[in-house]
Design a binder for this molecule. Structure first.
Ligand code: HEC
Length: 160
């Protein structure tokens, strides 16, 4: 009579103990607190403000616009950007008429030169992709061409 009861209690104790250990054990595999996996945590201050891509330093912008550079930028813009961007109002992508007020020249260049990286790794890019739901493709634009587009957008912003 006493035998099965003891067995029952031992089995019960075994379950209680292993259950307690299992629960306690789980915590040990948790990542240490304070280790966030948001992209902000891994980006440098420069990248947060000026984007991720081949432009890693501030570039020099003259006060006067360079008319040749503006013209070069306008041509590339009309060929490679206008199908998706308006100056005023959204199209496939956001309006760019006031982009030079909203973003730095380096940010705009990095977006042109590394659009997929920007929407994958940068919080602003991720937010834009959520909003526009189309990923801007790399348009095979070289760094000096991206600089020319910035000059064109700077002048547009100034004159309009
Ligand atoms: C196929 C459509 C498409 C083309 C072509 C395109 N873009 Fe975009 N662009 C987008 C979309 C959509 C976004 C929003 C981010 C995203 O979803 O990838 C964007 C975002 C941007 C941004 C960031 C805007 C912000 O608010 O920060 C800039 C700058 C930009 N584009 C400039 C350009 C330039 C310059 C060109 C031409 C070289 C160009 N884009 C070509 C669709 C396009």
């Amino acid at each position: 009579m006493i035998y099965p009861r003891t067995t029952f209690i031992i089995v019960l104790l075994f379950f209680i103990i292993s259950f307690t250990f299992a629960c306690g054990g789980d915590n040990s595999s948790d990542r240490p607190s304070g280790q966030a996996d948001s992209p902000e945590a891994t980006l440098s201050e420069f990248e947060l403000e000026h984007g991720i891509g081949p432009v890693t330093e501030r570039i020099e912008l003259s006060v006067e616009f360079d008319p040749d550079l503006v013209e070069k930028g306008r041509n590339i813009y009309e060929m490679k950007c206008e199908m998706c961007h308006n100056m005023e109002g959204r199209m496939v992508g956001p309006a760019l008429g006031d982009i030079m007020e909203r973003r730095s020249a380096e940010f705009v260049m990095n977006f042109i030169l590394n659009p997929s990286g920007m929407v994958r790794e940068h919080p602003v890019g991720q937010e834009l992709l959520r909003e526009y739901m189309t990923a801007m493709p790399f348009q095979n634009v070289q760094k000096d061409e991206a600089r020319a587009i910035v000059e064109f957008l700077r002048e547009y912003n100034e004159l309009n």
